[in-house]
Design a protein. Structure first.
Ligand SMILES: Cc1cc2nc3c(=O)[nH]c(=O)nc-3n(C[C@H](O)[C@H](O)[C@H](O)COP(=O)(O)OP(=O)(O)OC[C@H]3O[C@@H](n4cnc5c(N)ncnc54)[C@H](O)[C@@H]3O)c2cc1C
Ligand SMILES: Nc1ncnc2c1ncn2[C@@H]1O[C@H](COP(=O)(O)O)[C@@H](O)[C@H]1O
Lengths: 353, 287
């Protein structure tokens, strides 16, 4: 536990498993920059690992003012005991006011361990972070400029805003894809701080015997257009329709969890709270009812087109364009219309007239 | 060599069944209107523990913190094969966040001196997945999250395959250890009919209208006594429990309201589809 420290920095955990930065820490830098600017404090990135010094450049380019580099052979592979030991030490020394982690398998293992050691609060899977004031209900004590940690709860039926007024640092995890990644700026630099790591003689409890990592096959986050299918598609064979529409739009294919569970499409394609959060220019939802957990992962798409036989399906609540109809009938018409190319604008005009 | 396993399990509202009625006017959840269930992944944790006992001997104790109604979860555990059920129930534990919950569970687990503690990966009411790692830290046990397969258990060394999202790894470590178990690790065994016949009569003292010592002894003799512990029984310090022990506070709760129907509806005809595609091209969304 550290004292409330108004000058404390905003920190993000720079997860670099396998010697590479994933997208999450860079996304966190975007949000972190915003928060640090409101608080008028520096933005720091904590980078544990072995031989990862080169990654500091990328962190600076995405907005970090300082990189706390903690290198040690024992940090080459992540494990909760070693990483939390190093991070807790840094927190005690530098007393940051906010620490953000990606809600990745590593972040969700590390952050609770750190929170338990520091006896501070932790809010999981935030979908937004803001700075704001809070008055305690009982004592009426007023706290200025706290981290407002906003997250869905109860299966997405409520949105809760959580604060940690007293026991700092204020910590939260954020799911991949939820925050926008800032554009890297080549000119940006910052201060590289090499931290002393005292792990000599420490016995790491886990022996890591084998590791197998596979690259994600689909990158939904980078897709400009996503065509997504749900249980309403009916079968894996019929999912061909979704692939066909996606192909003729140059789009990626997404799926609801029901579609994944039914084996229509692989789980890399899942959109939603427990899948990928996406915000493409266009999201076409076919045969998806729009459960809260699904909407949470796609409702920030710039344009949403819905095709569903049920006019009362909740997915229509986030739609910009909606067609109440059978996808087996509508999708072939769409493919025809898109392939139709030139004529289409005329047809459209005719329809509007 | 047998292993003493403690399974931490939580009774949770069935978030899939949440309808309008479950939300109160002020945006808070009307817990009374929700059916409660055994947190799904805690059933996987229980199954993993039962499998360890079946293979190596030892005991399986299920520990839950919650209101008296959580006795149902303990009976359910007995139906499925657990040896012992313990409820931690105390008004002063109400409103505990994950840090306070893990502190309280740690005080109770220590009394049980387990070799292996098993948690579900996460509970569906909050999906935080924090209590497992925090409980391990409090106990000073190593934590292995996302267990997908227990590969071996020999003497005091366990070897586990864990899911790390974009792949998997195999790790080994010495006991005692805390494991968090994924849904994909196993298929929970069903209730056993004979155990149901017997344990549906299992009761905690607080479920007896006016329990006399004799009644409690009879239950205990028959192995039908569910234990209920208070915070005093486990020596918990109040500063770390309940509201006081919880650094996180709720600032605001909003219920999610669907904003209905502000979209452009098009008919499922060639013309409708053409208009849609035409507009998307015109606004440069596609094309
Ligand atoms: C903790 C938790 C996390 C979850 N995470 C996710 C997640 O990340 N992503 C996710 O998607 N879900 C998630 N879910 C599951 C979610 O609650 C829903 O069960 C799921 O999204 C439903 O998928 P669906 O819309 O495809 O299926 P259904 O709800 O079965 O809907 C099918 C829809 O298809 C329509 N339809 C049927 N036939 C046709 C046709 N011929 N033409 C057009 N329309 C048709 C129907 O009207 C219906 O609206 C999660 C659940 C939990 C409890
Ligand atoms: N009140 C509780 N009683 C017993 N076990 C719990 C309790 N809360 C959480 N757990 C355990 O911790 C796991 C993770 O919970 P959570 O951090 O709430 O997602 C659950 O799957 C349970 O195994």
């Amino acid at each position: 536990m550290i004292d409330v420290n108004r000058q404390g920095e905003v920190w993000i955990f720079a997860e670099a498993e396998g010697g590479k930065l994933s997208d999450v820490p860079l996304e966190l830098l975007g949000k972190g920059r915003e928060l640090a600017d409101i608080l008028s404090v520096p933005l720091g990135a904590v980078l544990p690992g072995d031989g990862v010094a080169d990654l500091a450049e990328t962190l600076f380019a995405h907005g970090a003012d300082r990189v706390y580099l903690a290198e040690h052979p024992m940090l080459a592979h992540y494990q909760a005991a070693t990483y939390s030991k190093v991070i807790c030490k840094l927190i005690e020394t530098h007393k940051p006011q906010i620490c953000l982690y990606g809600a990745t398998p590593i972040g969700r293992d590390l952050a609770p361990t750190v929170a338990s050691t520091m006896k501070c609060g932790l809010t999981a899977d935030c979908t937004d972070l803001q700075i704001g004031d809070h008055t305690e209900l009982k004592s009426k004590e007023h706290h200025e400029k706290l981290l407002l940690q906003i997250r869905p709860a109860f299966g997405g039926n409520i949105i809760a805003t959580i604060v940690n007024p007293r026991r700092w640092p204020q910590m939260a995890t954020v799911r991949e894809g939820v925050m926008k990644m800032p554009e890297p700026q080549a000119g940006l630099t910052g201060e590289l701080i090499r931290c002393e790591v005292s792990l000599d003689g420490f016995q790491a409890p886990l022996e890591i015997i084998e590791t197998h990592r596979r690259e994600k096959k689909v990158n939904l986050k980078a897709a400009r257009i996503i065509v997504a299918g749900g249980a309403g598609v009916g079968s894996r064979d019929n999912f061909r329709l979704i692939w066909d529409l996606a192909n003729c739009l140059g789009a990626a294919v997404g799926g609801s969890r029901a579609a994944v569970d039914l084996g229509f499409v692989e789980n890399d394609h899942q959109v939603g709270q427990t899948g990928t959060t996406v915000r493409p220019a266009l999201y076409i939802a076919c045969g998806i009812s729009g459960a809260v957990q699904h909407r949470a992962g796609m409702d920030e798409s710039a344009k949403i087109v819905v095709i569903n036989t049920d006019p009362d399906a909740p997915i229509f609540s986030v739609a910009h364009y909606g067609i109440v109809g059978d996808l087996n009938d509508v999708i072939p018409r769409m493919i025809k219309a898109i392939r139709g190319g030139e004529h289409i604008q005329d047809l459209a005009k005719a329809a509007q007239a | 060599m047998g292993y003493n396993c403690v399974v931490c399990a939580k009774q949770v509202p069935d978030t899939k069944q949440i309808t309008g009625d479950a939300m109160k006017e002020d945006g808070t959840v009307n817990r009374g209107a929700l059916p409660t269930i055994f947190n799904p992944e805690d059933l996987n944790a229980l199954e993993e523990a039962l499998a360890i006992r079946d293979a190596h001997g030892g005991t399986v104790t299920v520990l839950t913190m919650g209101p008296p109604a959580a006795c149902d979860l303990l009976r359910e555990s007995l139906f499925r094969g657990a040896d012992r059920g313990i409820l931690i129930t105390d008004r002063r534990a109400a409103a505990s966040d994950t840090l306070a919950t893990s502190y309280i569970l740690a005080c109770a687990v220590r009394k049980l001196e387990p070799d292996i503690v098993l948690c579900g990966r996460q509970a569906i009411d909050g999906d935080t997945a924090q209590v497992g790692p925090q409980l391990a830290e409090k106990l000073g046990f190593p934590v292995v999250t996302y267990l997908e397969q227990l590969q071996s258990l020999e003497d005091d060394v366990i070897r586990v395959k864990r899911n790390v999202g974009n792949g998997w790894e195999v790790v080994s470590c010495k006991l005692p250890v805390l494991l968090t178990v994924m849904e994909t690790a196993n298929t929970p065994r069903p209730r056993a009919a004979r155990r149901m016949m017997k344990y549906k009569k299992a009761l905690a003292p607080l479920e007896l209208a006016d329990a006399d010592a004799g009644q409690l002894d009879t239950l205990k003799e028959k192995g039908l006594l569910l234990e209920a512990w208070t915070l005093d029984d486990i020596g918990a310090e109040m500063a770390w429990c309940g509201v006081d022990g919880s650094p996180t506070k709720v600032h605001r709760i909003q219920s999610v309201v669907l904003t209905g129907g502000e979209y452009h509806e098009l008919p499922p005809t060639d013309e409708g589809v053409a208009e849609l595609i035409g507009e998307l091209i015109e606004e440069h969304t596609i094309g």
